[in-house]
Design a protein around this ligand. Structure first.
Ligand code: PAF
Length: 284
């Protein structure tokens, strides 16, 4: 039987519950989420347990990281289901605050990370990374964990958070965990539930095309631009509505590359019907 999950709604309760674990000599790992949990989130809890951390998850659909025409209102919410998954995974505390607890007063402060936010999703989602950096800073300050766990699926977000923690000298280790995929290769995402059955079949092409790009880039015969352009065209021909970007970038700076000479990522954002699908894979 997994130990009972403590459900806390206020910052004071969260700090009290975290302090009890620290007083018992345990390290603490924070897993920030927006709920609608899937196997990818469960793997973050497993990552914390594997490092000996008491896992503390947060569930908060953060309004400040959604644009005016994005899916904040429609974003899937299933608190009871999420609590059950967290408890079964061995999570010890879940912080599920109301909006008034996270933002009790109009915010006069924004955390803004530059450079790694300039390209990729940055221009397509203005203000998104400011919303993410600010809420993650608040969550880290509220829980004061030893480690924070984030999925590599949101690779640009992971680099933004690593840069922020480094620049602000936060005494917290950021751990990136590998993307968890469906058996057919589709990266797990809370937004996959927006896909119709036909779109779900089409969606597979994203990982397939990216895998083909990875093979061609490793092969080194064609330029990155040539292979990513061909892959974008193949996605549009397969039924994708838009390829916002499909590119090869340096794995840390996220600057575009035309030849790979060190750790790199193939990274993409696409639109299929009402669903925005992102993915990335490593090429070393
Ligand atoms: O990746 C997410 O689910 C969110 O961007 C995060 C990190 C929980 C911040 O709201």
């Amino acid at each position: 039987m997994p130990e009972k999950l403590a459900i806390v709604r206020t910052v004071a309760e969260l700090r009290h519950a975290v302090a009890a674990h620290k007083a018992a000599g345990r390290t603490v790992g924070l897993i920030p989420t927006m709920g609608a949990l899937h196997e990818g989130h469960v793997s973050l809890v497993a990552g914390a347990l594997a490092r000996g951390d008491a896992p503390v998850a947060s569930i908060f659909v953060n309004p400040t990281q959604f644009g005016p025409n994005e899916d904040f209102a429609a974003y899937p919410r299933d608190e009871a289901g999420d609590f059950a998954k967290l408890e079964a995974a061995g999570c010890r505390i879940v912080f599920a605050p109301a909006k008034e607890e996270m933002y009790p007063a109009p915010m006069l402060t924004t955390v803004k990370v530059t450079g790694v936010t300039d390209g990729l999703c940055g221009p397509f989602r203005p203000g998104h990374f400011d919303g993410v950096a600010t809420v993650v800073t608040k969550l880290l300050m509220m829980a004061m964990p030893d480690r924070g766990y984030f999925g590599e699926k949101d690779f640009q977000q992971l680099q933004v958070i690593k840069a922020m923690v480094r620049d602000l000298a936060m005494p917290i280790e950021i751990v990136g965990m590998p993307t968890v995929r469906e058996p057919d290769g589709l990266a797990m995402s809370s937004r996959n539930r927006y896909l119709s059955p036909a779109e779900r079949t089409t969606a597979l092409q994203l990982h397939r095309q990216m895998t083909a790009v990875a093979a061609a880039v490793r092969d080194g015969k064609a330029s990155c631009t040539a292979v990513t352009t061909a892959a974008s065209q193949a996605l549009l021909a397969a039924g994708f509505d838009k390829v916002e970007y499909l590119t090869v970038v340096d794995a840390e700076s996220l600057q575009p590359l035309d030849k790979v000479a060190g750790p790199a990522r193939i990274i993409a954002a696409t639109r299929l019907g009402r669903t925005r699908l992102i993915d990335n894979i490593a090429v070393d």
